[in-house]
Structures are given as C-alpha cells and as structure tokens.
Design a protein around this ligand. Sequence first.
Ligand code: DLL
Length: 435
Amino acid sequence: MYFQKDFECMPRADLTKLQSQRLVNQVKYVYENVECYRKRMDYAGVKPEDIKGIEDLKKLPFTYKSDLRDYYPYGLFARPLTDIVELHASSGTTGKRIVVGYTKNDLDMWAGCAARMLSAIGATSDDIIQVAYGYGLFTGGFGLHYGAEKMGLTVIPISSGNTERQIETMIDFKATILACTPSYALYLAETAEKMGVVDQLKLKAGIFGAEPWTEEMRKQIEEKLHIKAYDIYGLTEIVGPGVAFECDHQSGMHVNEDHFIVEVIDPETLEPITEEGAVGELVFSTIDREGAPLLRYRTRDLGVVIKTPCKCGRKFVRLSKPKGRSDDMLIIRGVNVFPSQIEGVLLQYCDKGITANYQIVVDRLNNNDTLDVFVEMAPDLFADDMASIERLQKQLVDKLRSVLGIGAKVTLVNPNSIARSEGKAKRVIDKRKLV
Ligand code: DLL
C-alpha cells in the first residue's frame, strides 16, 4: 500500500500551512532561477516577499501554454540540464511541442503521486499491472510505470497498440489492473469479446484517463471487462498522470494538494471563483517542483472543485470530470490536437490545388476516435486526373500524421461543396458526446 495518511488525510488547517510554506519557497526559487518569471513578476510589481501564503496566490501572474512554447525547449527550466534526468513533451498550438524536465527528486515526487493513485484503487504488491498507455514523450506510460514500481507491483510495460497481442498478454501474464485511455479500454473489451476470451481475463480494476469520458463509458467498460473503472487526471505541464485520482468511491478525483495547488477561475474575467460547485477553468501551481516549476498554469480545462468531505477519509479536494475546455483543443485518441495545426498544414498546400475551405469532423466509431478532414479542391485540380488528386491527398495525410502524431483521413471534395456559414465558419464538428 502507498496510502500516505499523514498527507492525504491532513486536517485542512495543517494542509494550508504546508501549502503556504511550499508556495513561498517555490515562488522565491522560481524568481531566482527562471528569467521569464522574474521579468513577469517584476512587471506585475510582485516580489517574492509579497507572497506570504496561499492567500497571496492571486497576486501572481498566470502562466500559459504559449509560454512553454515561446521558451521552447528549456527556457522555463529552473535547473541546468545536468540536473535534469528526464524530458517529457506534448503538442502545442502551432505544432511545436511543449517540453517539461524532471530532476531526480521530481521523478520521485511524480512516482509518489502515481503510487497514491494506484493505492487508492486498492492495488498492492500482489497486483500485475498492464500499462497500455503510450511510453515515450507522452507521460502516460512512464507515469503509471514509476508509480507501480514504487508500490512494488509487477509491471507489464507493453505500451499502446497491437490490440490482440495486448489481450493475449493480459491473459498469459494474468494482469489484474489495466492502465490505458478509456477509449482504448473499450476497444480492448470489444476485441476480447470478439475473441471470446473475456472469461479468461483476471482483471479487477482499470485506471483510465488522459481524455474525456462519460459515466456511460465507465458503465460499459465495467460491464464488459468485469472490473471497476477509475478516472485519473493530469497534464504534461504539471506531472502527467498523478495530478488527481479517484478513490474507491468513484466520486471525483482527489488532487495531490501537498504538491499542487488548484484554483478555479472565470476564464473571461480571470477572477477566482470561490462559489462551491461553480464551473470554471482549472489553474494549477506546482509547489515543490525543481526542474520545471509552474505558477498559476492555465489548463484551459473547465471543471468543478468539490470541497465537501469524501467518504474515504482523504482530505484532498476533488475534481469533477472535466466539463470541456475554454480553448479549442481536441483530444483525439489521447493526443492533443489543435485545429490551427491542421489549418497550418492545409495552408501550405494552397498553391498545390486546394483551397482554404475545410472542415474537420471528429467522431467515435466502435469506441475509436476518427478524424476526417474535408478540403475543397481548387477548380484546376478538380479538372485534373484522379491520380493527381490521390497523390495530393496522400501528401496531406502524410504531412498531417507527422505534424499531429496521429492519422487523419483526408478527402478532397468538389469546389464550393462545404457549407458556407453566415457567421463564423464552423470548422470543427465534434460528434462525440463526451460531456
Ligand atoms: O493526458 C496526462 C495523463 C496521462 C493523464 C495518463 C491521465 C492518464 P496531456 O497529453 O498533456 O497529458 O493532456 C492533458 O488531457 O488538460 C485534459 O484536457 C485531458 N485529460 C487528462 N486526463 C483527463 C481525464 C495527459 N481524466 C489534457 N478526463 C488535460 C478528461 C482529461 N480529460
């Protein structure tokens, strides 16, 4: 077990004291070691001494995804690269990734956060966890791996993909816990059904996150795989998986508040929302991070912070399932995709036979996200032979795959066939009903 009662069940007054001490240190550390923060705080007229506790958090400027992009790759690191032992990354608004660095202590803190999540779902060193999140720059695979390792579980580091082999492995290696995205869990469940092997599985629980999913999906996964399905939340910028986790009561995700402070703000006015149960944008500050600390990071995820006590006894506040985003980011097969990335690719081909009229359609078929890009041809290409149209279509598919990191189906359609809008163009149609 990795239930850290002293922290997880700490009375609120003590937790506030701990958060305040850590925040004061983190702000001082960031001011001294990260030029961008120093300049921004100077500009805002805030000195580290002005931050005496969490009540002063709102004096600090926000950090945005664009900051991580502007200071790409290492500009926001607070430590020299000699102290950074691991890098992780995810996509950004222009296709340029954002990069986050971990020191040895950061990795240990992350592993501890992830171990708490596993402990909260009842995992012990007797369990065998199949980590089918992607390993690599994405944080999912390694985050669950480090947590499981810290708790002494047996890890099957299979990564994502190769679905039938996943099922074979789950059966042969007697996996008891499955970790992957919820949509992949459903796909695995359906494949196991087709293979007629569901009753050979030894799974008892699944730990799923990295993309929006509904209570209906939870029910389906639980019924098909005969497991309990738990939600976990995180983002690359903070620590990937391990920011917040569900306990046995499956009623909101406890935030690891001794490491991260969560605020809810109105995304328009940027004012903190204190009203219980109100939806707002989640903003996180790290308070004991060494490599890549972030203060008041605007996640763009909309959610609710639940402060009422949980039956499990943990005192950490809980997050509702995210209720959408305050920007246009889509999560497709677990990968963050911005429509502007797709538009950027299409614009590069406007002199090669396509126009800037396009539509992006995202759907979910057989529990797998699909991405369709419809683009109008220019009249010249339309009059051309089929081979040139197919050639261009293929070039677009290849380019989109390399920029987005996932496959898209591209269909070149007749000139003027995409409906024109009278107001703002409706470029993206998301047919998945996820919130
Ligand atoms: O998805 C980290 C992660 C890995 C979380 C494995 C959980 C499990 P990013 O790729 O940076 O990091 O994507 C972060 O994914 O801002 C949310 O919009 C979304 N997201 C993450 N968890 C959930 C969840 C990882 N449980 C972005 N429900 C976040 C809904 C989620 N959305």
